[in-house]
Design a protein around this ligand. Sequence first.
Ligand code: SF4
Length: 318
Amino acid sequence: MARPAFWHNTKRYYDLKSYWHNAFGCNVYKLPIDAGFTCPNRDGRAGTGGCIYCDGRGSRLRQDGALPAVTEQIRRGKAFYTEARKAGKYVAYFQTFTNTYGPVDHLREIYDEALGCEDVIGLSIGTRPDCVPDDVLDLLGGYAEQKHVWLEFGLQSIHEETLRLLNRGHNMGQFVDACERAAKRNLNICVHVIIGLPGEDKEHCLETARTLASLPIRGIKIHSLLALQGTVLGEWFEKGEVDLIGREEYVDIVCDVLEILPSEVVIQRLTADGYREIFLGPAWAINKRAVLNAIDAEMKRRDSHQGNKFCKQNLSLV
Ligand code: SF4
């Protein structure tokens, strides 16, 4: 099977940069925004303690002191890109913690603020499957009629046992329901998946990929499990109670997952940013370029590409 012509790239998967160029004819950059949210899996509404791999900062973006306004964060982000790279268009990426966890009027206020900034063509909202009530999806669906809107769900695995072990605080049924309600409103759904989770082997990951291939998702972010100081997983790792996946195995599984996913699914990420100051392992994951090169080399060795093994008949729904 030939690589899909609509990718307009030389890669073996549909990378985000190519997608942006196809959709908008220019470079598009995601500007990370910390709007001061917390997480229902930390404050007791869905759970306490958070996911076992989460260090509690939501992302490296969270800072001490008062947060700058959304417009100021966007101004700073745009200034960076203007200086560092050829400027294009921007998507406001509400990244830190759970960015739909608030009253809908407040959400409207901050999303409007972002969309009112020059050259911001859309939103990408990071959230949880159990935190998208219909009034929030209606708000986002309204934006999607004129703007480009992504909804990013942390999921990591389709397997209930794994979700419990990770202390995710939601189940797979909630994820499927959230996807269906979001897709009805024409939102682009991106799912976050981790490879190398405790108790999971290659077949678990492939089942996750097959199930996601059967759902109305438009994008995926994949990375290997990272152990960070200050997390439950980090403690397990330091006590020798958990093994982290090796690079060769990770690359092999990623390539299998890419082959299963439909060619239209945008691969937004295949590596993770570890916070260097609290990073415990695996050491190989620090060198993201080497990981991406190894994935490219393996796909070339297989003479394969994303979607090569996508088969509607073989999809498994949970
Ligand atoms: S849902 Fe996200 S922010 Fe909340 S505890 Fe889990 S990883 Fe951390």
